[in-house]
Design a protein around this ligand. Sequence first.
Ligand code: C2E
Ligand code: CA
Ligand code: CA
Ligand code: CA
Length: 274
Amino acid sequence: KVEGKNTHTIFVPEMMEDNKRKLLLANKIIPGLKDGEFSLYYQPKVNPYEEIVGFEALLRWNSPEFGFVSPVEFISIAEQSGKINEITYWVLESVLRDSATLIEHFGSKLSISLNLSVHDLRNPKLFEDIVRLYKELDIDARCIEYEVTESTYLENFDMANEFFGKIKDLGSFIALDDFGTGYSSLSYLTQIELHTLKIDKQFVDNLGVSKRSTLVTKTIIEMAKQLNLNICAEGVETREQTDFLIANGCHQLQGYLFGKPAPLKAILNTFTKR
Ligand code: C2E
Ligand code: CA
Ligand code: CA
Ligand code: CA
């Protein structure tokens, strides 16, 4: 009993602190969006010749109270507190606005991707917003790719697939993010309107660690090739990983070796047109 009480007095305040932070952050998201605390960073994707072929937009929040908050933390809080749709709309509009500058600098074949959350696919307004913003901002749909994780489409398979089909009809692309980390049956891959498979960093990290883990990564790449998917490896940090991934047929590489996520201005100053 004494033990139980002790664990309680230690446990409860920590949980309260945690919940307090969550609540405070949740209430600062919408004002933060309006006050310019959020910004987009862009991380390059390269082809096997190490030419830039695309960028992934990654959201950053620099809060005056909390400092830099990781997207892993605030995206999950936004999802739980029903604020993710506002975030996604902000990201969508900002990425589409930035896309003109990126395309001007890197050429019209550039692919610019943004991340969608599981809740976004349940939002029937999202597709309408995409269509309207493409028109308003005169967007070339072929330059835009939407990254979704496995859990995103598995939780609402029919809805997700309908959305993917509409995105494809519009001329844009869908990438399956963090591939290999979820629980999806591989047969789903043949049923959805998919363009790109992003091999999760954990499989890239596995390369060279052991024969078996290397083989797992090799098998994933082989399967994606058989399915005729564009393959992007994420979290590439070493030459050895690069050589292996290219030798095995990866089309795109993304990772700190080729560039960390950076603000648009820094990207334009650092990287030259191919
Ligand atoms: P993700 O979509 O899998 O993004 C890749 C993450 O890996 C990014 O972290 C990126 O900075 C990091 N990364 C890229 N290359 C390397 C590397 O070589 N080494 C290492 N150690 N890390 C690398 P970040 O920016 O902190 O984002 C984390 C996650 O937050 C993203 O994972 C994504 O799920 C989510 N996220 C970020 N921005 C958005 C957004 O605008 N909307 C939504 N819904 N989610 C977002
Ligand atoms: Ca992503
Ligand atoms: Ca990823
Ligand atoms: Ca991830």
